[in-house]
Write a protein that binds this ligand. Structure first.
Ligand code: HEC
Length: 124
């Protein structure tokens, strides 16, 4: 009986995971250094790093968070990343290429939809 209940429980959990629309990692907390910074390292720091980073924005490990979160972009006069509000964040508009704040980031190619989703959930 206990075993049957256990198996039933496991089945329930696995069903739930499969039907969640935003992917299997829903509900897990996002860790900035572990999950987000590597996206900047792979796609952004070639321009957004060094002594004169593009757009005045340094996305290097250790400084990126404090350069983004609740910081106003001097160019667009809107938050780079507004905590809790992707739609009010220049960064989000740039990675989805909405056109609201200049061109797409990264300028050539684009982030995968998984990466974009992860960043959106991190902002939220
Ligand atoms: C090939 C160089 C290059 C790469 C790679 C690049 N950017 Fe940019 N980025 C720029 C330039 C140039 C600007 C300034 C012009 C503009 O605002 O579009 C800029 C501006 C920005 C701004 C606005 C900064 C502000 O305060 O006004 C954000 C946010 C941004 N980039 C995010 C990113 C992210 C996130 C990535 C990686 C996914 C990325 N960029 C990759 C060149 C790059």
């Amino acid at each position: 009986m206990v075993r049957a209940l256990l198996i039933f429980g496991i089945l329930l959990i696995s069903c739930k995971k499969e039907t969640t629309p935003t992917g299997p990692d829903t509900g897990d907390s996002i860790n900035y250094d572990r999950d987000i910074q590597p996206i900047w390292n792979r796609n952004c720091t070639s321009c957004h790093g060094g002594s004169s980073p593009s757009g005045g924005l340094d996305l290097s490990a250790g400084v990126s968070y404090s350069n983004l979160v609740n910081v106003i972009s001097p160019t667009y006069n809107v938050w780079r990343v507004r905590s809790g509000k992707p739609d009010s964040s220049v960064l989000y508009h740039k990675i989805i290429n909405s056109g609201r704040y200049g061109g797409k980031m990264p300028p050539s190619g684009s982030l995968s939809s998984d990466e974009i989703n992860l960043i959106k959930r991190w902002i939220e």
